[in-house]
Design a protein around this ligand. Structure first.
Ligand SMILES: [Fe+2]
Ligand SMILES: [Fe+2]
Length: 167
């Protein structure tokens, strides 16, 4: 099956995995498939199950983003590059939603889940796609941390990300 776009999905239908989200980097794609599956569980959760699913998504997303951040640091990105910064902001917002959910505001969590379903394809197809290309170009092995082509890394630390920051 070949799809040209990860959209459309309506606001009440969870984002579905599609080939358009695949980045030809198995360890990243597997994590992204898990993200999509966990997000679907949140979207479809009954009220009494919403916060446990939301917390599970946050824990998974922390690992997911930490791993990408670490790959960036290992391959010449500056610590405050815009991709890592976007990860940080998303996690902050998700944790704020968790706190508000525990205070009784479940609609805000549901709204955030819908927005994450719109945000994720854009992030995967810009910042993560660019990172996957960069890692392949450097011959980076995410399992061992070995760099096959270190000479391909830029001399200067990378601040941009090939995503919405415009670099
Ligand atoms: Fe990612
Ligand atoms: Fe990312």
């Amino acid at each position: 099956m070949t799809a040209t776009t990860a959209l459309p999905h309506t606001l009440d239908t969870p984002l579905q995995w599609s080939d358009a989200l695949a980045l030809d980097m198995p360890v990243m794609d597997e994590t992204h498939q898990e993200f999509v599956a966990l997000l679907a569980e949140v979207v479809q959760a009954a009220d009494d199950a919403l916060l446990p699913h939301w917390s599970a998504l946050i824990a998974h997303t922390q690992d997911h983003f930490d791993r990408e951040d670490q790959w960036m640091l290992a391959t010449g990105f500056a610590a405050g590059n815009c991709h890592a910064t976007q990860h940080k902001v998303i996690l902050q917002v998700m944790r704020e939603g968790e706190a508000r959910g525990h205070a009784g505001d479940l609609p805000v969590v549901r709204q955030m889940a819908r927005e994450l379903g719109l945000w994720f394809p854009q992030h995967a197809q810009s910042m993560d796609a660019s990172l996957a290309l960069h890692l392949r170009s450097a011959g980076y092995d995410p399992h061992t941390g070995a760099l096959g082509q270190p000479e391909r890394l830029p001399a200067q630390a990378i601040h941009g990300c090939g995503g919405s920051c415009g670099d």
